[in-house]
Each structure stands twice: as structure tokens, then as C-alpha cells.
Design a protein around this ligand. Sequence first.
Ligand SMILES: Cc1cc2nc3c(=O)[nH]c(=O)nc-3n(C[C@H](O)[C@H](O)[C@H](O)COP(=O)(O)OP(=O)(O)OC[C@H]3O[C@@H](n4cnc5c(N)ncnc54)[C@H](O)[C@@H]3O)c2cc1C
Length: 389
Amino acid sequence: MRHQIVIIGGGPSGLLLAQLLLKQGIDAVVLERQTRAHVLGRIRAGVLEMGFVDQMREAGVADRMEREGLLHDGTILSYNDREVRIDFRKHAGRPVTIYGQTEVTRDLYEARDATGGTTYFEVADVTLHGMEGDTPYVTFRHDGQDKRIDCDFIAGCDGFHGVSRKSIPDSVRKDYERVYPFGWLGVLSETPPVNNELIYASSDRGFALCSMRNMNLSRYYVQCSAEDRVENWSDARFWEELRRRIPPDAAERIVTGPSIEKSIAPLRSFVTEPMRFGRLFLCGDAAHIVPPTGAKGLNSAASDVYYLFQGLKAFYADGETDGLDSYSQKALDRVWKVERFSWWMTSLLHRFPDQSAFDQKMQEAEIAFLSESEAAQEALARNYVGLPY
Ligand SMILES: Cc1cc2nc3c(=O)[nH]c(=O)nc-3n(C[C@H](O)[C@H](O)[C@H](O)COP(=O)(O)OP(=O)(O)OC[C@H]3O[C@@H](n4cnc5c(N)ncnc54)[C@H](O)[C@@H]3O)c2cc1C
């Protein structure tokens, strides 16, 4: 078999890239390890930057997002009894869109069905070959058969645990990593959100986030120990702990209900360099991970897709290779700024197990400065709504 591009991974970055390419008449096949239902069932991101929404528009997949997505003009940060509202419109001139990753993925798969792109689900033993030459190919098993696809380029969109990054030799690749000594316990419930904007709350008992997917679907998180287990958290215990960490007026009005999903996510900062090896390009979680505090994971996957799509478009239009040659550097320049923001928000709002009284005073002073300084609020707002591509 031959396709112009092989995309490994049918998550949001692989699907978005495939759809953008298809609209330009560039043929990309998608290989996904899981079933479609499994990919659609993963509860993850929910805050989208304008840049992400613009790309969904360019891919022709934004209709439902524009109808059902919620625009948020700001967010609340609380630290014990101090509260600061960050006004996105005032400081950064644009809002963020609340629309679940499950819905993004569903829209992209439906668009792919309608336009007829090929996707192989439940593939195994995906192996990348010939990336350093001009004739790369990918082998895999599907439906009990060994298959081979020859291509011009390979896009590694297969997430943190995928095969693409590991196919770059250790002698070429440098990994940077920080693992945080806590996780996030998340609960999804069919209840109205406690507030019309997100609340990021830091208390002496740890961090909590009040988020949402729509006006009848709330997503709440509490910081928990990295070793904690979901089985330790009944719904009643979760709601009680959440109430104790968020501002008292929110705790009083919160509507609780049975959880329809509950999971613990570890927190990690990770970047691999370079993001290109010959004819292989890494995109999204395959190349970098952020702790979810700044809502940046899915959004930085989208900025990679933007740079790679521009490079591939120019290559197929007139053989121009500048975009592809500068892909890794351009993507990494933005990724590192996003890593810094996510690390900063995480450091500011969580209680660390080894945190000293001095460290806590530093957090308090930072929040006090933020509440008094329009410039500091602007810096936060600009990062939160998304740095330019
Ligand atoms: C709890 C939580 C909350 C989050 N909240 C936010 C948020 O608010 N905002 C935000 O922007 N981001 C958020 N994120 C991050 C966001 O979900 C990820 O950054 C995003 O899913 C990255 O998309 P991706 O397509 O690069 O990778 P993935 O979504 O991981 O997709 C990769 C795909 O590749 C497949 N795959 C893996 N290995 C192989 C293989 N060998 N062969 C073939 N296929 C393979 C996988 O099955 C998967 O479908 C959150 C993440 C978590 C865990």
C-alpha cells in the first residue's frame, strides 16, 4: 500500500492533521492502536484556545463546537480566603472555548467518515522504517495480517506511550522531564457547574479545580497523593473534600450527584528534542506533556499540528521544504513557553509534600501581587488564552 502520509495515532492531533491534509487533497492514512469507542470514551481536556478553534474551522469541523461550546471570558483563582478574577477579554482580547475533547474527537471522526479517509483501528506491532532516507515505510499487524505502507512522511501523533518517539535513536534524542509528587483525582458528574467560570482553588488541604464540559456536565478535580487509588474515594468523600478546598460561597451552592467517571491522572512536565528525525515528525503528547493546570496539553498538540500542516502544504504545493526544516524549532519555541506557564501555575497552586513555610509565603506573595497588578493579570491571561502561532 502507498499513502502520502502515515499518521500514527488516532487521537485529537492525528485526526486534526489528517482532516486538514485531506482538505488540501493530501492523502493521509491513520493507524490507531485502540478501538474507536475507546478513543471516544477518554475523558480529558475541555478548555480550548482560539487557535485550536480556528484550526477546527479550517478543517471544516467546527459547526457543532460553535453551536454547543461555551465561551469563557475569565477564570477565578482562589488561595485560602483571597480571590482574583482574571479577565481574558480585558487583558488578552479573547475568550477560551469550553468543549470536551470527547466531542472534538467525535466531530473529527464523523468528518473523516464523511470524507472517506482510511483509518485502521486495533493495529499492533507498529514499526517505523527508513526515516533517515527518502522512502520511509510503516509495518503493522491488522486483522491477523502483516501490512506495510510506503509513504513520503510519517507523523508520530501517538501520545506519550506511543512508538514514534522511541523510534528516534537515543543518541539523537534528549528528554527533559519533571514528575510532580501528586496527582489529580477527577470526577465527571451530570450536575450543573458550580460557577459560570472555572475556579482554580488552592487551600491548606491542597489544590482543587471546578471545571465543566457543558451546563449539565461538571468536571471537578482534587489534588491527591501520587500513590492514591480511585477505590479509596467514594463519591461522598470526594464531594466533602472538594467543598473544603473551594471558596465558601461555592462550597455552599455546589450541586453534587453520582460520578459517571472517576480517575486519577499523574502530573508530569516532559519535552523531547528534536521533534523531527529525518522523515518522522512528532506531534502533541508524543513529544511533550504538561501538567493539566494551565489547560495546555491539547492546545499545544494543536499548535504542532498547525506548524506541521503548513510545512506539508508548502511541500506538496511547490516542493518548498523550509516549513518542514524549521518545524522542530518553531514547535519547540512555543512548547517551552507553554511548559513554563503550566509549570508556573502548578507550582503556584499546589501544596507540595516538602513545602516549607517559606515556600508557602512565596505562593501567598505571588497571589497578592497577581491580585494587585494588572500587568501580572495580563501575563496570565495572555498565556491562558494561548500564545500566538
Ligand atoms: C485528566 C486530563 C485533563 C486534561 N485537561 C486538558 C485541558 O483542559 N486542556 C488541554 O489542552 N489538555 C488537557 N489534557 C491533555 C490532553 O488530553 C492531551 O494533551 C491530548 O490528548 C493530546 O492529544 P494527542 O492526539 O497528541 O495524544 P493522545 O490523545 O494520547 O492520542 C494518541 C493516540 O495514539 C494511539 N497510540 C498510542 N500508541 C500507538 C501505537 N503504537 N500505534 C498506533 N496508535 C497508538 C493512542 O491509542 C491514542 O489514541 C488533559 C489530560 C488529562 C489526562
